[in-house]
Design a binder for this molecule. Structure first.
Ligand SMILES: *[C@@H]1O[C@H](CO)[C@@H](O)[C@H](O)[C@H]1NC(C)=O
Ligand SMILES: [Zn+2]
Ligand SMILES: [Zn+2]
Length: 470
C-alpha cells in the first residue's frame, strides 16, 4: 500500500547527490539503481573501475526518467524524483528494451482469443470476468480488433495472477511497486498479462482497481508502449480517477497498429471524452483550489496539480495521486497555516491535514463536526488562512464563514454574504490563497488581488498570471 508519507516530501526542498552516507540514503541509492535497471534499461553490475562512467550513466537515465514524468530534469535523485519512484506503477519498462531493433510488435490477425488461467481471491470470480471483459471492450470499441474468450487450451492472451518469481525473468516485488506486466504481441508468452497477486485487487477506488490495470496491460498485449502523457491510459503510473477512458493518444497508438474501426455510419465529430489534462497557458483555465505551501504555489484542477517555484522553469501539470494518493481524485479547497507548518485539503465533506512532510493522524475528518458547518453545507468552494489574525475564511456558494484557529471555533455572526465584505469579486469563489497579506481570489477565468484591510480590489489578473505564459 502506498501511504501518504510521501506527501509534503514533495516540497521538502533540497536534493542530495551520490555517494550517500546514511542507511536510508543507501536504501534510496539501491532503489534508484533498481528502478532505472527495471524501467530505463540501466545496465546491471558495473565494475569498480568504471565508477565515473557508471555515475554518468545513472545521471543520464535519471534525466530520461525525470523528463518522462514531467519532473525537474536535474539528473539527481532529488526528493521529488524519489517520491515518484516509490509510487505504484506498471511493471513494463518505459524505454524499449532492444534499441537495436526498433520494430513494432503487433498481431498479424485482428481476431484474438484470451483465457483467464487463474483468479485472485480478492474478488468474486464474476467481478474479475466482468472487469477483464470490459478491458477488452475498451480497446475493441475503438479499433478493428475483436476478442473471444476461451475456457481451455491455447489462447493468444493468457491472463494470470502470480506471486514473486514466476519464471518469466520478471519477478514481482510484493505489495506496491510494480503491479502487473504484460508482454508485447508474439508467440507463447507474447501478449500474456500477469498481475501481482500480492496486491489487493478491487473493483472500486481502493488500491488497486483491476479493470484499470487490466485495460492498461492489455494495451501492451496489443503492442503499445508507455505514453508520456498523464491523461493517457498508457501512462505508466497508477493514477486511478474512477473514470477509465482512452485518450486521443491511446486511440492513435492502437489505430497506428491495426487501423481504425470501420463503421458504415458517416463520420461523426469525435465524441470521445478525453480525460482533460489542463493546459497551464490556456486562457480559459479555471481552478478548484490554490494554496501556498512554504514558498511554492500549488494550483489544483480535477485530478491534476501544478506547482510554481522560483526556478522560472516551464511548468506542467502533474497527477495529484502520483504524490497524494488519498486526495488524488481532486480537491475542492486547500489552505496552509504556515507558522504551524500545516496544510489542509478538502473534498466533499471530508478533509485531510498534513504536518510538514507527514500526514496527520486521525484524518480524514468531517467538516460538520470539526468546524461546525451546518448539515446543508456539502462542500467547501475555497478556503484561506490569514496569518495576522489567525482566522480562516471558508467560501461556500455565495456566503462565507470565519473560523478562529486558536479558539477552534467558528466566529459568531456567520455566514455572511460574499458581496458584502469582498465587493467586486462576484458571488462565488473557486479558489483563494494568501500572499504578502493580500488575498488572491479565483472566480471563473478571472483572478482578483484583494486587500482584506481596505476591502478593495487592487488588480484584475488572468488565472494563469503566476505561470510563465507569453
Ligand atoms: C463500448 O461501446 C459501447 C457502445 O457504444 C458502450 O455501451 C460501452 O460502454 C463501451 N465499452 C467500454 C468499455 O467503454
Ligand atoms: Zn504499462
Ligand atoms: Zn510475469
Amino acid at each position: 500500500m502506498p501511504t501518504l508519507t510521501v506527501l509534503l516530501l514533495l516540497w521538502a526542498i533540497g536534493s542530495y547527490s551520490f555517494p550517500a552516507t546514511s542507511d536510508t540514503h543507501k536504501q534510496d541509492v539501491d532503489m534508484v539503481q533498481n528502478y532505472l535497471q527495471k524501467y530505463y534499461n540501466l545496465e546491471r553490475g558495473t565494475s569498480r573501475s568504471g565508477e565515473q562512467k557508471s555515475s554518468d550513466l545513472v545521471a543520464e537515465k535519471l534525466k530520461q526518467m525525470q523528463k518522462f514524468f514531467g519532473l525537474k530534469v536535474t539528473g539527481k535523485p532529488d526528493a521529488e524524483t524519489l517520491n515518484v519512484m516509490k509510487q505504484p506503477r506498471c511493471g513494463v519498462p518505459d524505454v524499449a528494451q532492444f534499441k537495436s531493433t526498433p520494430r513494432s510488435f503487433q498481431w498479424e490477425r485482428t481476431h484474438l482469443t484470451y483465457r483467464i488461467t487463474n483468479y485472485t481471491p480478492d474478488l468474486p470470480k464474476k467481478d474479475v470476468d466482468h472487469m477483464i471483459e470490459k478491458a477488452f471492450e475498451l480497446w475493441s470499441n475503438v479499433s478493428v480488433l475483436t476478442f473471444t474468450k476461451v475456457f481451455e487450451g491455447e489462447a493468444d492472451i493468457l491472463i494470470s495472477f502470480y506471486w514473486r518469481d514466476h519464471r518469466d525473468n520478471s519477478p514481482f516485488d510484493g505489495p506496491g511497486g510494480g503491479l502487473a506486466h504484460a508482454f508485447l504481441p508474439g508467440k507463447e508468452i507474447g501478449g500474456d498479462i500477469h498481475f501481482d497477486e500480492e496486491e489487493t485487487w478491487t473493483n472500486d477506488f481502493r488500491n488497486y482497481n483491476l479493470y484499470y490495470v487490466a485495460a492498461h496491460e492489455l494495451g501492451h498485449s496489443l503492442g503499445i508502449n508507455h505514453i508520456h502523457d498523464i491523461g493517457s491510459l498508457m501512462y505508466p503510473a497508477y493514477i486511478y480517477y474512477g473514470d477509465i477512458q482512452l485518450s486521443q493518444k491511446d486511440i492513435k497508438a492502437i489505430n497506428a497498429l491495426y487501423g481504425p474501426k470501420i463503421t458504415n455510419k458517416p463520420k461523426e465529430p469525435q465524441v470521445t471524452k478525453e480525460p482533460q489534462v489542463p493546459q497551464a497557458c490556456d486562457t480559459k483555465l479555471t481552478f478548484d483550489a490554490v494554496t501556498k505551501v512554504s514558498r511554492d504555489l500549488f494550483f489544483f484542477k480535477n485530478r491534476f496539480f501544478l506547482r510554481t517555484d522560483d526556478s522560472q522553469q516551464e511548468v506542467d501539470f502533474n497527477g495529484i495521486s502520483l504524490f497524494w494518493p488519498l486526495v488524488g481524485a481532486g480537491v475542492d479547497a486547500a489552505y496552509e497555516i504556515a507558522i504551524r507548518n500545516e496544510v489542509f485539503f478538502f473534498r466533499g465533506s471530508k478533509y485531510w491535514a498534513f504536518n510538514g512532510d507527514q500526514p496527520k493522524y486521525g484524518y480524514p475528518r468531517d467538516i460538520h463536526s470539526s468546524f461546525g458547518f451546518p448539515g446543508k453545507v456539502k462542500k467547501i468552494d475555497a478556503a484561506v488562512h490569514q496569518e495576522e489574525t489567525g482566522k480562516t475564511y471558508f467560501f461556500v456558494a455565495n456566503k462565507y464563514w470565519r473560523y478562529d484557529e486558536y479558539k477552534k471555533s467558528m466566529d459568531t455572526g456567520y455566514p455572511k454574504a460574499i458581496i458584502r465584505d469582498f465587493p467586486g469579486i462576484g458571488k462565488k469563489v473557486d479558489a483563494v490563497f494568501q500572499n504578502d497579506g493580500f488575498f488572491y481570489f479565483f472566480c471563473g477565468t478571472r483572478q482578483y488581488q484583494f486587500d482584506p484591510k481596505t476591502k478593495r480590489i487592487l488588480s484584475l489578473l488572468k488565472t494563469n498570471s503566476w505561470f510563465n505564459c507569453k
